[in-house]
Design a protein around this ligand. Structure first.
Ligand code: FES
Length: 101
């Protein structure tokens, strides 16, 4: 699900790329925030709260909270709302505080 037409905003054409999310191959556009590609693929739960294990989704979308921390290419605590998508990235749901792989 993507917004493709908007009365004010223009969306530049970008290259389609493939990336891996929790072992599944998904498609997105190069340079868009990783979370945009995940949302387009229907992924809404990005992590779970540390204490109560409640699902967390996109919240601020500008890199100011910790709602979207995920492991990207083995690096934990990446804010996927501000991290640009690149071809072949491996994005994983982070468990707990994350571990460097
Ligand atoms: S949603 Fe707040 S930092 Fe990403």
């Amino acid at each position: 699900m993507r917004i493709t037409n908007h009365p004010i905003l223009a969306f530049p054409e970008r290259e389609k790329v493939l990336f891996i999310f929790d072992g599944e191959t998904l498609e997105g556009f190069s340079g868009e925030p990783i979370v945009a590609a995940l949302h387009a693929a229907g992924v809404r739960v990005l992590r779970h709260s540390l204490r109560h294990k409640r699902p967390r989704g996109l919240f601020c979308a500008i890199g100011n909270c910790s709602s979207c921390l995920m492991t990207v290419d083995g690096l934990p605590n990446v804010r996927v709302c501000t991290e640009p998508l690149q071809a072949g990235m491996k994005v994983e749901t982070q468990k707990g505080r994350g571990e460097v792989l």
